[in-house]
Design a binder for this molecule. Structure first.
Ligand code: 7PM
Length: 276
């Protein structure tokens, strides 16, 4: 798949490292500290084998209130520009806002990661004009309320139908199929059962014939099942990344890059022997 001038071979699964760009508690005092931390974190994830760095300004997090546009731009743009300048990687912008997409791609981002699958005003057109690949994620409801009462007849079928419709809208807007990535959206308007049903049936998403991205890292589907706090979810994160890989996921969006690289290497080797 082509990400601006960089080609990434997704026939071998790749790791996307999550970079959290958290709000500054002080207007400038905390600013440089956060910036330096982001650069160190990026460098270490790349050394550990990440192919993508996902930069998010927190607007899309479950339970989160919408972040102000200018605030989101101020948080992500300097980071994206600096990563692009300093490192040889693909920066992904985790946003739903058209203006953030446009500005982030101008600053160096080569992938748009939208948990709202380009349903916000102007997003389809902004992504088409940006002419970079897009990850379309499924979500039921909106972040603030989506975990209150998620309901499906068949979660896998509904996720596939939704993603298929969004792919059609993307192609109508001028994007090509080879620019699309799909994601079932683990934890986004899904009960524990829904999440595991989806993981069990992840291979069915391959009927849409575009790369699958899977994000389960440190999520509640692990914590709630196992009774583990956020800092105790590594084993669960590795198992779910491995299972997703076995089901054909091509991008694993994770916090723990080094450990996931190892897990994906073993899983891919076994998966490839199976096909012979
Ligand atoms: C709190 C809860 C903070 C959940 C952050 C999160 C995905 C994503 C996120 C995903 C894609 C996280 C999530 N999750 N983008 N953004 N797929 N494409 O764990 O699963 O980072 S936010």
């Amino acid at each position: 798949m082509q990400f601006k001038n960089k080609f990434i071979d997704l026939s071998v699964p790749k790791i996307m490292g999550i970079l959290n760009v958290t709000p500054d508690s002080f207007s400038d005092g905390g600013h440089f500290k956060n910036f330096d931390q982001a650069m160190y974190h990026t460098e270490s994830m790349l050394t550990e084998g990440a192919a993508f760095i996902d930069v998010g300004g927190e607007s899309t997090r479950p339970g989160a209130v919408d972040v102000d546009l200018q605030q989101e731009l101020d948080r992500v743009l300097p980071i994206i520009a600096a990563i692009t300048e300093r490192f040889d990687t693909v920066v992904s912008i985790d946003t739903s806002k058209a203006q953030v997409m446009t500005a982030a791609v101008a600053a160096g981002a080569a992938l748009i990661n939208d948990v709202r699958a380009l349903q916000e005003k102007g997003a389809l057109q902004a992504a088409a004009e940006a002419n970079v690949p897009v990850c379309l994620m499924h979500m039921q409801g909106q972040p603030r309320v989506m975990q209150e009462n998620p309901e499906y007849e068949n979660v896998t079928d509904e996720v596939i139908n939704f993603l298929q419709q969004r792919m059609i809208e993307c192609e109508k807007a001028g994007m090509t199929k080879d620019q699309l990535i799909i994601d079932p959206g683990f934890g986004f308007g899904k009960s524990l059962q829904h999440n595991y049903q989806l993981l069990a049936n992840l291979d069915k998403l391959s009927s849409l014939a575009v790369p699958i991205l899977s994000g389960t890292s440190r999520k509640s589907m692990i914590g709630n099942l196992l009774g583990r706090n956020i800092d105790e979810r590594l084993a669960g994160s590795i198992v779910t990344a491995s299972l997703a890989t076995l089901s054909g996921a091509k991008i694993l969006r994770v916090h723990d890059v080094k450990e996931t690289v190892d897990a994906v290497k073993i899983t891919t080797l076994v998966k490839d022997y199976r096909k012979l």
